[in-house]
Design a protein around this ligand. Structure first.
Ligand SMILES: Nc1nc2c(ncn2[C@@H]2O[C@H](COP(=O)(O)OP(=O)(O)OP(=O)(O)O)[C@@H](O)[C@H]2O)c(=O)[nH]1
Length: 268
């Protein structure tokens, strides 16, 4: 076996060289392993037409898109990610010339572990350790539509709990507050902890009257919970619309929350 062939065969991933018209001219054993027939001389379209395995077809369709992107910028080495079932491949494609002919070389290697680690890290970055719910990073990264309503909730006089009963008791109350809120949410609503004693709920497809009912129920449950030591919460609400950003909606909800807090203070 020639030296170059040994390099291709011992590459810990997939290697394929195709003519620019798409016919495969060189493939290594790992690449061959995807197909029950010899792919030499065949294009991706030929293979898609011959093959029955839907997962392989899905992989080849991703390859077609990424081949086209590489061909659109022949001067650059293009990097992309393709998935096959639970496996993720990082691929590079570049255009080579040999004897006046042009070819596309594809090198792919398995990055499943790297992707899993990145996913775990990302999940941790979006998670509040104390309460186990999503945090502000998750809120800022999610998408919104006009059927969403954001509600800002904040415990009243929470500092007093910390000062009187200690930080651990305060922590316990924050966890219980998150639970009380969560119990009143449907699967499609989401709760986030966005600060010390501040929480945001994003409601889906539900009007203000129903949201008020949920919040009243949360308040009632907290009042019945002896561990809450008479502490309650204030809230402000803003329905999303196409002309407002999340920050704008949160700011508006926060203003209403502040006004409600002042009102509750004046009533005491
Ligand atoms: N136990 C505990 N306390 C926290 C945590 N994060 C922030 N805090 C405390 O939360 C308190 C928030 O205080 P404030 O912002 O003054 O809120 P408040 O006392 O509820 O006052 P109002 O919001 O005006 O009703 C501070 O005492 C913070 O130290 C946490 O993770 N655990």
């Amino acid at each position: 076996m020639s030296l170059i062939n040994q390099v291709i065969q011992s590459f810990p991933g997939l290697v394929a060289v195709k003519k620019l018209s798409g016919e495969h001219v060189v493939v290594n054993e790992s690449y061959k392993g995807f197909f029950p027939f010899d792919v030499h001389g065949l294009t991706l379209d030929d293979i898609i037409n011959k093959i029955e395995n839907k997962d392989v077809i899905d992989l080849l369709l991703q390859c077609k898109v990424n081949d086209a992107a590489a061909l659109a910028e022949p001067d650059k080495m293009k990097t992309s990610i393709e998935t096959f079932l639970d496996t993720s491949f990082e691929s590079v494609r570049y255009i080579m010339t040999d004897g006046g002919d042009e070819f596309m070389a594809l090198l792919s290697w398995d990055i499943t572990e790297k992707v899993k680690t990145a996913d775990k890290l990302n999940a941790r970055l979006q998670h509040d350790d104390l309460t186990g719910i999503a945090n502000k990073t998750a809120l800022m990264q999610r998408t919104f539509n006009n059927n969403n309503t954001v509600v800002y909730l904040d415990l009243d006089n929470f500092k007093r709990i910390n000062d009187t009963f200690g930080h651990l008791k305060g922590d316990e109350m924050l966890r219980k507050f998150a639970l009380h809120i969560n119990h009143q949410l449907r699967d499609k609503d989401t709760i986030y902890r966005v600060g010390g004693d501040e929480f945001v709920v994003v409601f889906e497809d539900v009007g203000k009257v129903k949201i008020d009912e949920r919040l009243t129920q949360i308040r009632h449950n907290i009042e019945q919970d002896d561990e809450f030591l008479g502490i309650s919460f204030s809230f402000g609400l803003h329905a999303m619309s196409h002309d407002i950003t999340l920050s704008g909606a949160l700011e508006s909800a926060d203003k209403l929350l502040y006004m409600s807090k002042q009102l509750r203070r004046n009533q005491c």
